[in-house]
Design a protein around this ligand. Sequence first.
Ligand code: PLP
Ligand code: COI
Length: 338
Amino acid sequence: MSKTKVSDLDWNNLGFQYHDLPYRWTDEFKDGKWQGGHLTQDSNMVFNEAAEELHYGQEVFEGLKAYRRKDGGINLFRPDQNAKRMYDSAKRLMMQPYPEDKFVEAIKEVVKANQEFVPPYGSGGTLYIRPFMIGTQPLVGVQRSESYVFRIYATPVGAYVKGLNPMPYKVSEYDRAAYAGTGQAKTAGNYAGSLLPSLKAKKEGFADCLFLDPREHKYIDEFSGANFYGITKDGQFQTPKSPSILPSITKRSLLQIAADQGLNPIETQIPIAEVDRFVEVGAMGTAAVISPVSSLTYEGKTITFGDEVGPVTQKLYDTLFNIQVGDAEDIYGWTVQI
Ligand code: PLP
Ligand code: COI
């Protein structure tokens, strides 16, 4: 694959795809320690055919963005939270966690080294950063790897779901993760398992699918790549409490913003049968930002929330995005300038 040049990019129409940028970070855990890490220009990785991750799936990853500010500077949004979540994911998968402070420093190195690829302010684009780690030991028996590679690549992206355009979603008959399984970890298998349900929903004309809790199929869990929220008729922000969903950093941030906007937010079990309690519904995540939902189809019945973005969703989006790009004062101390 050839390296992407800045002149190849149309900042206003980036899409959500991989570009081979000049630099990425790589570090290796061997002989019982992380080797220290460095930037490299080589976008290919070489490992043994019996590497643990290829067969038994020891893999964890993260996703965060770098935002171009109006003054030309660059913001990261809560990278310490990604470091912590990746630490927790690694523990769940019995992997060697990457030191959290080193994780944040390595992200800064990658962004600085590729800074001309951070899309311009106002283009709607961002630099998506993908830290990940894999178990590399050649193993035939199912056991944890004693060697790992930690890597961070970055790629300029546009919106994962375009604009604040409400889209129809379907409630899936499949599960994303088991009740006491790996749903709280950001690990490859959860996403591989969501491909078929997601493709089926898309073939039926939906933007994607929403998963229910895997134990009772009664409560809302989350989307394949984003958490769920709804705004009730009397203006409360509600989001599912479940052991099988990924703890979203966007959600945690919106819970704080919603509290400060008087939306009395709660994390609670939300029965799918009562989804008509909401007047606005959306997906929230790093890639999704806030993606409003126009309708939910469940067991042949469709509940509609409207084709126009709701006022509460619009305000939450504006508040969050303005903090991320540095247009609003960051009263929470969430942004890190590079
Ligand atoms: N849920 C899943 C399954 C995800 O993949 C993501 C994306 O990272 C999220 C939720 C949102 O998490 P965050 O807001 O930390 O990006
Ligand atoms: C993210 O939002 O960073 C994710 O990892 C979700 C993925 C579906 C792109």
